[in-house]
Design a protein around this ligand. Sequence first.
Ligand code: PBG
Length: 322
Amino acid sequence: MPYPTERLRRLRRTGALRGLVQETRLHRSALVYPLFVQEGKGVVQEIPSMPGISRFSPDRLQAEITEIASLGLISVILFGIPAKKDPKGTAAYQETGVVQQAIRTIKKEAPEMIVITDVCLCEYTSHGHCGVLDGEEIDNDATLDLLARMAVSHADAGADMVAPSDMMDGRVRALRSALDKAGFSSVPIMSYAAKYASAFYGPFREAAESTPAFGDRRSYQMDPPNRNEAIREIALDIEEGADIVMVKPALAYLDVLREARECFLHPLAAYNVSGEYAMVKAAAARGWIDEDRIVAEILMSIKRAGADLILTYFAKQVARDL
Ligand code: PBG
């Protein structure tokens, strides 16, 4: 029965009624907070293009972790910035590496915290690409061994989950088999399955000092116009053994997220990336937008599009209100 019998405004009249029929809800446990850890001592350095986000040396992580845990957040994802970079990203898979140190510190401080690690070479290679080079090309299969070593060394240090973000073909299978062989068959893989070659990663590359020295990442990250290909990428990663699959970035790719939700039953993650964060912070600093409302609306849109979990630099600030 249409109007005047049907009146959708009836259930919008009060906050309580709106709460009763709210379709999408956001909870702290669905948020993953990214942390940049930098090799060295005594470092707490704010990232200019990401106000409120800092790089920490492992010895300065304690207070930050305590705060994250006290806000009710249950998981973090770690990105490492080594002191020395080389063509093969050696610092990525050393027992004494910065991420390996950080994992041990966090596990000591907050044993319950789910520690996820980003597995990719770009922060560790002198050329800034996500794989090893053969001339000016990325050597896919030679990269797989190094990624597998990196994942195993993270698991060895106590990581609860590994998250390959390199976009090499076959990396999920390579990680799964290396982890299993090393006795880590219970460590899940969250794959950055549909990761686009995006300008929205700009501030992250400043934070992680990982801008490629030449060329760009378009020979391995996905082409933004493609949606069918995203579904193929996700299907392959699931076949190879991914436990959680991700779409990244989030906001310009909500259609991909929705389609992934409809095609797959696996837990689905979305990465609300650095550029999405920086734009909000910049506009808010000028008083052009209502930051709290914008952030709530953005995170809700990602959830509504189909994400089960959201990696977001806003996690700490919104956890207070959830
Ligand atoms: C590493 C990696 C990147 C991001 C996450 N893992 C950068 C890139 O691919 O260039 C981006 C995260 C962000 O922008 O917040 N490969």
